[in-house]
Ligand binder design. Structure first.
Ligand SMILES: [Zn+2]
Ligand SMILES: [Zn+2]
Length: 335
Protein backbone atom coordinates (compact mmCIF):
# COMPACT_ATOMS: atom_id res chain seq x y z
CA UNK A 1 0.00 0.00 0.00
CA UNK A 2 1.00 3.64 -0.43
CA UNK A 3 1.75 5.58 2.74
CA UNK A 4 3.29 8.92 3.74
CA UNK A 5 5.59 8.67 6.74
CA UNK A 6 6.94 11.28 9.13
CA UNK A 7 10.44 10.04 9.92
CA UNK A 8 11.55 12.61 12.48
CA UNK A 9 11.44 16.24 13.61
CA UNK A 10 11.81 18.68 10.70
CA UNK A 11 12.30 15.81 8.21
CA UNK A 12 10.16 16.04 5.09
CA UNK A 13 7.29 13.58 4.77
CA UNK A 14 8.41 10.53 2.77
CA UNK A 15 6.16 8.62 0.39
CA UNK A 16 6.71 4.88 0.74
CA UNK A 17 5.32 1.48 -0.25
CA UNK A 18 4.42 -0.65 2.79
CA UNK A 19 2.69 -3.97 3.54
CA UNK A 20 -0.97 -3.70 4.47
CA UNK A 21 -1.03 -4.06 8.30
CA UNK A 22 -2.72 -7.04 9.98
CA UNK A 23 -5.33 -6.27 12.67
CA UNK A 24 -4.42 -7.77 16.05
CA UNK A 25 -6.84 -8.79 18.82
CA UNK A 26 -9.40 -6.03 19.41
CA UNK A 27 -8.47 -4.20 16.21
CA UNK A 28 -10.00 -3.59 12.81
CA UNK A 29 -8.29 -3.03 9.47
CA UNK A 30 -9.75 0.02 7.72
CA UNK A 31 -9.42 0.73 3.99
CA UNK A 32 -9.08 4.48 4.11
CA UNK A 33 -11.43 6.66 2.06
CA UNK A 34 -10.18 10.06 3.20
CA UNK A 35 -7.91 11.78 5.71
CA UNK A 36 -7.89 15.47 6.54
CA UNK A 37 -4.60 17.37 6.64
CA UNK A 38 -4.53 19.22 9.97
CA UNK A 39 -2.22 21.83 11.50
CA UNK A 40 -1.51 19.22 14.17
CA UNK A 41 0.24 17.15 11.47
CA UNK A 42 2.49 20.10 10.77
CA UNK A 43 3.13 20.53 14.49
CA UNK A 44 4.07 16.85 14.69
CA UNK A 45 6.75 17.39 12.06
CA UNK A 46 7.87 20.59 13.83
CA UNK A 47 8.53 18.54 16.98
CA UNK A 48 5.72 19.95 19.15
CA UNK A 49 4.80 16.52 20.52
CA UNK A 50 7.58 15.04 22.68
CA UNK A 51 5.57 11.80 22.96
CA UNK A 52 5.51 11.27 19.16
CA UNK A 53 6.63 7.85 17.97
CA UNK A 54 8.77 8.25 14.83
CA UNK A 55 8.55 6.92 12.20
CA UNK A 56 4.79 7.38 12.17
CA UNK A 57 2.06 7.69 9.55
CA UNK A 58 0.37 11.04 10.40
CA UNK A 59 -3.33 11.79 10.07
CA UNK A 60 -6.16 11.72 12.63
CA UNK A 61 -9.13 12.88 10.54
CA UNK A 62 -9.89 9.53 9.00
CA UNK A 63 -12.85 7.93 7.29
CA UNK A 64 -12.83 4.50 5.70
CA UNK A 65 -14.45 1.11 5.41
CA UNK A 66 -13.82 -1.80 7.78
CA UNK A 67 -11.98 -4.38 5.66
CA UNK A 68 -11.07 -7.09 8.21
CA UNK A 69 -11.61 -7.85 11.89
CA UNK A 70 -8.91 -8.92 14.34
CA UNK A 71 -9.35 -11.74 16.85
CA UNK A 72 -12.28 -11.30 19.23
CA UNK A 73 -13.85 -8.41 17.28
CA UNK A 74 -17.54 -8.70 16.36
CA UNK A 75 -18.33 -5.02 15.82
CA UNK A 76 -18.31 -2.96 13.68
CA UNK A 77 -18.84 -5.54 10.91
CA UNK A 78 -16.74 -5.62 7.76
CA UNK A 79 -18.11 -3.16 5.20
CA UNK A 80 -19.10 -0.53 7.81
CA UNK A 81 -18.05 3.03 6.96
CA UNK A 82 -16.36 4.45 10.06
CA UNK A 83 -14.48 7.49 11.27
CA UNK A 84 -11.25 7.31 13.28
CA UNK A 85 -10.47 10.28 15.47
CA UNK A 86 -7.66 12.08 17.30
CA UNK A 87 -7.94 9.66 20.25
CA UNK A 88 -6.38 6.36 19.10
CA UNK A 89 -6.90 4.37 22.30
CA UNK A 90 -6.66 4.57 26.07
CA UNK A 91 -6.10 2.19 29.00
CA UNK A 92 -9.75 1.09 29.21
CA UNK A 93 -9.82 0.66 33.00
CA UNK A 94 -9.03 3.99 34.73
CA UNK A 95 -11.93 6.00 36.22
CA UNK A 96 -12.03 8.29 33.15
CA UNK A 97 -12.14 5.40 30.69
CA UNK A 98 -14.84 3.63 32.69
CA UNK A 99 -16.92 6.82 32.69
CA UNK A 100 -16.63 7.20 28.92
CA UNK A 101 -14.16 10.10 29.25
CA UNK A 102 -11.37 8.25 27.45
CA UNK A 103 -9.95 11.54 26.14
CA UNK A 104 -8.87 12.30 29.74
CA UNK A 105 -7.04 8.98 30.23
CA UNK A 106 -3.41 9.39 31.26
CA UNK A 107 -2.38 6.51 29.00
CA UNK A 108 -4.21 7.73 25.87
CA UNK A 109 -2.50 7.57 22.50
CA UNK A 110 -3.09 10.04 19.71
CA UNK A 111 -3.77 8.83 16.18
CA UNK A 112 -1.01 9.73 13.74
CA UNK A 113 1.34 10.76 16.60
CA UNK A 114 1.59 7.78 18.95
CA UNK A 115 0.22 5.24 16.46
CA UNK A 116 -0.07 5.11 12.66
CA UNK A 117 -2.88 7.23 11.22
CA UNK A 118 -4.59 7.96 7.94
CA UNK A 119 -1.90 9.13 5.48
CA UNK A 120 -2.02 5.61 4.00
CA UNK A 121 -4.32 3.36 2.00
CA UNK A 122 -4.96 1.14 5.05
CA UNK A 123 -4.61 1.50 8.82
CA UNK A 124 -5.36 -0.57 11.90
CA UNK A 125 -7.53 0.97 14.62
CA UNK A 126 -9.01 -0.23 17.92
CA UNK A 127 -12.55 -1.52 17.29
CA UNK A 128 -13.95 0.40 20.28
CA UNK A 129 -12.51 3.71 19.10
CA UNK A 130 -13.91 3.91 15.57
CA UNK A 131 -17.34 5.39 15.03
CA UNK A 132 -19.79 4.36 12.28
CA UNK A 133 -20.73 7.27 10.03
CA UNK A 134 -24.45 8.15 9.99
CA UNK A 135 -26.16 7.42 6.67
CA UNK A 136 -25.87 10.18 4.15
CA UNK A 137 -22.69 11.80 5.52
CA UNK A 138 -20.21 12.13 2.64
CA UNK A 139 -17.09 10.29 3.88
CA UNK A 140 -14.66 12.65 2.12
CA UNK A 141 -16.17 15.94 3.30
CA UNK A 142 -16.83 14.39 6.74
CA UNK A 143 -13.16 13.54 7.41
CA UNK A 144 -12.35 16.82 9.26
CA UNK A 145 -15.34 16.23 11.55
CA UNK A 146 -13.14 13.61 13.30
CA UNK A 147 -10.95 16.48 14.57
CA UNK A 148 -12.15 20.00 13.79
CA UNK A 149 -15.79 18.92 14.10
CA UNK A 150 -15.56 17.14 17.43
CA UNK A 151 -13.31 19.89 18.82
CA UNK A 152 -15.83 22.60 17.92
CA UNK A 153 -18.95 20.66 18.92
CA UNK A 154 -17.53 19.31 22.16
CA UNK A 155 -15.91 22.65 23.01
CA UNK A 156 -19.33 24.34 22.84
CA UNK A 157 -20.90 21.52 24.81
CA UNK A 158 -18.23 21.47 27.53
CA UNK A 159 -18.60 25.24 27.75
CA UNK A 160 -22.29 24.81 28.58
CA UNK A 161 -23.93 26.14 25.41
CA UNK A 162 -27.73 26.51 25.56
CA UNK A 163 -30.23 27.60 22.92
CA UNK A 164 -30.54 31.01 24.64
CA UNK A 165 -26.74 31.55 24.88
CA UNK A 166 -24.83 34.41 23.31
CA UNK A 167 -21.74 32.70 21.91
CA UNK A 168 -18.62 34.46 20.64
CA UNK A 169 -16.37 32.47 18.34
CA UNK A 170 -12.82 33.75 17.82
CA UNK A 171 -11.61 32.82 14.35
CA UNK A 172 -13.62 31.44 11.43
CA UNK A 173 -11.17 28.93 9.94
CA UNK A 174 -11.59 25.14 10.19
CA UNK A 175 -12.69 24.80 13.83
CA UNK A 176 -14.22 28.30 14.00
CA UNK A 177 -16.48 27.93 10.95
CA UNK A 178 -17.85 24.64 12.30
CA UNK A 179 -18.32 26.15 15.80
CA UNK A 180 -20.35 29.00 14.27
CA UNK A 181 -22.59 26.57 12.39
CA UNK A 182 -23.05 24.21 15.37
CA UNK A 183 -23.87 27.12 17.71
CA UNK A 184 -26.39 28.55 15.25
CA UNK A 185 -27.99 25.10 14.76
CA UNK A 186 -28.24 24.68 18.57
CA UNK A 187 -30.23 27.92 18.54
CA UNK A 188 -27.65 30.23 20.11
CA UNK A 189 -26.94 33.80 19.00
CA UNK A 190 -23.43 34.07 17.59
CA UNK A 191 -20.85 36.83 17.30
CA UNK A 192 -17.63 36.20 15.40
CA UNK A 193 -14.32 37.86 16.24
CA UNK A 194 -11.66 38.26 13.57
CA UNK A 195 -8.63 40.45 13.07
CA UNK A 196 -10.01 42.22 9.98
CA UNK A 197 -13.30 42.62 8.08
CA UNK A 198 -11.98 40.15 5.48
CA UNK A 199 -13.93 37.26 6.98
CA UNK A 200 -17.08 39.22 7.93
CA UNK A 201 -19.18 38.21 4.95
CA UNK A 202 -18.30 34.53 5.41
CA UNK A 203 -19.13 34.65 9.15
CA UNK A 204 -22.50 36.31 8.54
CA UNK A 205 -23.30 33.79 5.79
CA UNK A 206 -22.69 31.00 8.32
CA UNK A 207 -25.36 32.51 10.57
CA UNK A 208 -23.49 34.89 12.88
CA UNK A 209 -25.48 38.02 13.80
CA UNK A 210 -22.47 40.26 14.32
CA UNK A 211 -18.81 40.49 13.43
CA UNK A 212 -16.18 42.20 15.56
CA UNK A 213 -12.90 43.20 13.89
CA UNK A 214 -10.17 43.47 16.53
CA UNK A 215 -8.25 45.87 14.26
CA UNK A 216 -11.07 48.40 14.69
CA UNK A 217 -12.60 47.66 18.10
CA UNK A 218 -11.61 46.32 21.50
CA UNK A 219 -13.33 42.91 21.34
CA UNK A 220 -14.06 42.87 25.09
CA UNK A 221 -15.83 46.25 24.92
CA UNK A 222 -17.71 45.24 21.77
CA UNK A 223 -18.89 41.99 23.38
CA UNK A 224 -20.00 43.77 26.56
CA UNK A 225 -22.17 46.01 24.37
CA UNK A 226 -23.90 42.87 23.06
CA UNK A 227 -26.73 42.60 25.63
CA UNK A 228 -24.24 42.45 28.49
CA UNK A 229 -21.63 40.12 27.08
CA UNK A 230 -21.11 36.60 25.81
CA UNK A 231 -22.15 33.64 27.93
CA UNK A 232 -19.58 31.54 26.14
CA UNK A 233 -16.45 32.47 24.21
CA UNK A 234 -14.80 29.73 22.15
CA UNK A 235 -11.26 30.46 21.02
CA UNK A 236 -10.73 28.76 17.67
CA UNK A 237 -7.80 31.02 16.70
CA UNK A 238 -4.32 29.53 17.13
CA UNK A 239 -3.28 32.24 19.58
CA UNK A 240 -3.77 32.51 23.33
CA UNK A 241 -3.52 36.32 23.17
CA UNK A 242 -6.74 36.46 21.10
CA UNK A 243 -8.59 34.70 23.92
CA UNK A 244 -7.05 36.98 26.55
CA UNK A 245 -8.18 40.09 24.66
CA UNK A 246 -11.84 38.98 24.65
CA UNK A 247 -12.05 37.72 28.23
CA UNK A 248 -13.51 41.01 29.54
CA UNK A 249 -16.42 40.51 27.12
CA UNK A 250 -17.88 37.61 29.12
CA UNK A 251 -21.25 38.11 30.81
CA UNK A 252 -21.39 37.15 34.50
CA UNK A 253 -21.18 33.37 34.97
CA UNK A 254 -19.64 33.13 31.50
CA UNK A 255 -17.06 30.65 30.25
CA UNK A 256 -14.05 31.02 28.00
CA UNK A 257 -13.15 27.76 26.23
CA UNK A 258 -9.70 27.41 24.72
CA UNK A 259 -9.54 25.17 21.66
CA UNK A 260 -6.87 27.15 19.80
CA UNK A 261 -3.75 28.21 21.67
CA UNK A 262 -0.04 28.82 21.35
CA UNK A 263 2.86 28.63 23.81
CA UNK A 264 2.12 32.08 25.26
CA UNK A 265 0.92 31.62 28.90
CA UNK A 266 -2.52 33.04 29.57
CA UNK A 267 -2.85 36.04 31.90
CA UNK A 268 -6.31 37.13 33.13
CA UNK A 269 -7.66 39.85 35.46
CA UNK A 270 -8.53 37.96 38.63
CA UNK A 271 -10.85 40.34 40.51
CA UNK A 272 -13.49 40.67 37.76
CA UNK A 273 -13.15 36.94 37.32
CA UNK A 274 -14.07 36.31 40.94
CA UNK A 275 -16.76 38.99 41.22
CA UNK A 276 -18.49 37.67 38.09
CA UNK A 277 -17.88 33.93 38.64
CA UNK A 278 -16.14 33.57 35.29
CA UNK A 279 -14.60 30.32 34.12
CA UNK A 280 -11.75 29.41 31.82
CA UNK A 281 -11.41 25.92 30.50
CA UNK A 282 -9.74 24.12 27.66
CA UNK A 283 -11.00 21.27 25.57
CA UNK A 284 -9.01 18.56 23.81
CA UNK A 285 -11.11 16.92 21.08
CA UNK A 286 -13.36 14.34 22.77
CA UNK A 287 -14.17 10.74 23.59
CA UNK A 288 -15.85 8.15 21.34
CA UNK A 289 -19.34 9.11 22.59
CA UNK A 290 -18.59 12.77 21.77
CA UNK A 291 -17.75 11.79 18.19
CA UNK A 292 -21.02 9.85 17.88
CA UNK A 293 -22.92 12.94 18.97
CA UNK A 294 -20.88 15.23 16.69
CA UNK A 295 -21.54 13.04 13.66
CA UNK A 296 -25.24 12.57 14.46
CA UNK A 297 -25.70 16.33 14.92
CA UNK A 298 -23.72 17.13 11.76
CA UNK A 299 -25.82 14.69 9.71
CA UNK A 300 -29.11 15.96 11.17
CA UNK A 301 -28.23 19.60 10.45
CA UNK A 302 -26.30 18.97 7.24
CA UNK A 303 -23.11 20.52 8.62
CA UNK A 304 -20.03 19.52 6.63
CA UNK A 305 -16.81 21.50 6.25
CA UNK A 306 -15.74 23.05 2.97
CA UNK A 307 -12.79 20.97 1.77
CA UNK A 308 -10.39 20.53 -1.14
CA UNK A 309 -9.73 16.88 -2.06
CA UNK A 310 -6.06 16.11 -2.80
CA UNK A 311 -3.98 13.03 -3.67
CA UNK A 312 -1.61 11.49 -1.11
CA UNK A 313 1.33 12.54 -3.28
CA UNK A 314 0.36 16.22 -2.88
CA UNK A 315 0.50 16.08 0.92
CA UNK A 316 4.16 17.14 1.42
CA UNK A 317 3.53 20.25 -0.73
CA UNK A 318 0.32 21.08 1.14
CA UNK A 319 2.13 20.82 4.49
CA UNK A 320 4.83 23.15 3.16
CA UNK A 321 2.16 25.63 2.06
CA UNK A 322 0.50 25.41 5.49
CA UNK A 323 3.87 26.13 7.12
CA UNK A 324 4.33 29.14 4.82
CA UNK A 325 0.79 30.35 5.49
CA UNK A 326 -0.15 30.12 1.82
CA UNK A 327 -2.54 27.13 2.03
CA UNK A 328 -6.19 28.12 1.63
CA UNK A 329 -8.91 26.02 3.27
CA UNK A 330 -8.95 22.46 4.46
CA UNK A 331 -7.25 19.81 2.32
CA UNK A 332 -8.48 16.24 2.55
CA UNK A 333 -6.52 13.32 1.09
CA UNK A 334 -8.96 11.23 -0.96
CA UNK A 335 -7.88 7.68 -1.82
ZN1 LIG B 1 -6.78 17.66 13.43
ZN1 LIG C 1 -7.78 5.15 31.02
Amino acid sequence: MKAAVATGVNAPLSLVERDVPTPGPGEVLVRITACGVCFTDLNLIRGHFPFARFPVVPGHEVTGVVAALGEGVHWPPAGTTVGAQFLYDSCGHCDYCVRGEQILCGAKRITGIGADGGYAEYAVFKAGYVTPLPDGLDPIAAAPLMCAGITAFNGLRQGGIRPESRVAVIGSGGVGALAIRYAVAIGARVAVIGSSRRSEEHALALGAERFIATGEQDPAVALKAWDGGANLILNAAPTTAAAEATFGGLAPNGTLVLCGYDNHPISLPTQPMILNRLRVMANPSGSPHDLRDTLAFSAAHNILPEITPIALEQTPKILEAMAAGTAGGRSVIAF
